[in-house]
Design a protein around this ligand. Structure first.
Ligand SMILES: *Cc1c(COP(=O)(O)O)cnc(C)c1O
Length: 427
């Protein structure tokens, strides 16, 4: 049997940092990452045979729980026929029709293979359509790792952006303006001074990449009216929130219609699928019809699309989202009460099947609020819970996820474990 520690050590010789995506390395919480071997429903098993209740769900995609029999058999059926054609298939049409039906702001959609590709392509499309270069994003939102999105605010919110990663040219970053989430006056000021140069505003309509942050109604309404007034496109990055906070995503929940939407995670049911879509008039600027180039050898891959289609079918069962939400609410309420019972400065909240855990008295509303929470307490809590077989995201800046396969007894057990962890924090 190979243990996690040996696997991590050997992996570091062959893979940079031992991982294929940075957060997996446990850099934020310290310790050895867990190497997983199998999963079923709400449970995971690692290489050492230890069992965990999973609250990451592959960062969202496994909304039906792991190894759902109908999804697995859909994948197996399709795999028998071909793994890839690099040519159109009927299944892609079925998928596009399904997305258009579920997300009414999307009139046409193109499939890609990751969330990063979806946001990168949506931004190119917005720039091509508006013939403007500047884009606006918000501090703490994550939109994948394309160059123009790995940018932080310059010295003032209205000045040129600075690369947040080495390798991103300053000349690229300078076109990205980064504002504070939920800050309406900053947004108004920016549009007043540069509104006619802005191609698009991209945001997570519920942020899941700086723990979990919800938008104020005023913020969303200003975004919609200002972009409309100045001819900029509003892009909802629903890679995480799509088919997760509600069937139709955050735009359904809040009743806001964006111009473009990006999707990923749940849409592939655990296989690599992303998508971007929106108004037909905008989407028709894409190649082969229009001047905005975008392509993908494995885009619309039959096996990945089969997993996604089956997942989308199953989450449309009546009461799916009300049950998922109420279960997630039971978890966050239980955790909040457990924290209060031990006198810990802690709270938690959910939006649909997504939740945030905060070591602070009140939920945060911005990146600055998140940074002010007690990370040391989170890290201690994370490791206590992990040792008891509860797998939360290994960082105080990640949202958590509940699946349809989580049972009330999973949730009760998690709350009991949290009580123990909180009592150790107090002591
Ligand atoms: C995960 C995520 C992405 C990137 O998706 P990948 O499939 O990891 O490339 C983009 N935007 C948001 C909001 C995400 O949560």
């Amino acid at each position: 049997m190979r243990n996690n520690k040996d696997l991590f050590e050997e992996s570091q010789q062959f893979i940079p940092g031992g991982v294929n995506s940075p957060v997996r390395a446990f850099g934020s919480v310290g310790g050895t990452p867990i190497f997983f071997k199998s999963a079923k429903g709400s449970k995971l098993w690692d290489e050492e045979g230890k069992e965990y209740i999973d609250y990451i769900n592959s960062w969202g995609p496994m909304i039906l729980g792991h190894a759902h029999p109908e999804v697995i058999s859909a994948v197996q059926e399709v795999a028998k026929d071909s793994l890839s054609f690099g040519a159109p298939t009927a299944r892609e049409l079925d998928m596009a029709k399904e997305i258009v039906k579920i997300v009414p702001s999307i009139e046409q959609v193109r499939l890609v293979s990751s969330g990063t590709e979806a946001t990168m392509s949506a931004i190119r499309l917005a720039r091509g359509y508006t013939q403007r270069d500047k884009i606006v994003k918000f501090e703490g939102c994550y939109h994948g790792h394309a160059d123009s999105l790995l940018v932080k605010a310059g010295s003032g919110a209205l000045t040129f952006g600075q690369p947040s990663s080495a390798g991103v040219p300053i000349d690229t970053a300078k076109h990205t303006l980064t504002l504070s989430y939920n800050n309406v006056s900053e947004l108004e000021e920016l549009f007043k001074s540069q509104g006619n140069e802005i191609a698009c505003v991209i945001l997570e309509p519920v942020v899941g990449n700086m723990n979990l942050i919800t938008p104020s109604a005023e913020f969303l309404n200003s975004l919609r009216s200002l972009t409309e007034k100045y001819g900029a496109l509003l892009i909802f990055d629903e890679v995480m929130t799509g088919f997760r906070v509600a069937l139709g995503g955050a735009q359904e929940l809040f009743g806001i219609t964006p111009d473009l939407t990006t999707l990923g995670k749940v849409i592939g049911g655990g296989l690599p699928v992303g998508a971007f879509g929106g108004k037909k008039e905008v989407m028709q600027k894409l190649a082969p019809l229009g001047p905005v180039y975008q392509a993908g050898t494995l885009s619309g891959n039959p096996v990945a699309v089969a997993a996604g289609l089956k997942t989308l079918e199953l989450i449309q069962k009546p009461e799916f989202f009300s049950e998922l939400s109420s279960k997630t609410k039971t978890l966050v309420d239980g955790l909040t009460n457990a924290g209060a019972g031990e006198g810990i400065s802690f709270c938690a909240r959910n939006v649909g099947g997504m939740f945030g855990l905060y070591f602070s008295d009140n939920p945060p509303n911005s990146f600055a609020d998140v940074m002010a929470s007690d990370r040391e307490k989170f890290n201690f809590f994370f490791h206590e819970m992990l040792s008891m077989g509860i797998y939360f995201g290994p960082s105080a800046f990640e949202a958590g996820f509940v699946s349809a396969a989580h049972t009330l007894s999973d949730i009760q057990h998690t709350i009991e474990c949290a009580k123990k962890a909180f009592s150790k924090i107090k002591a």
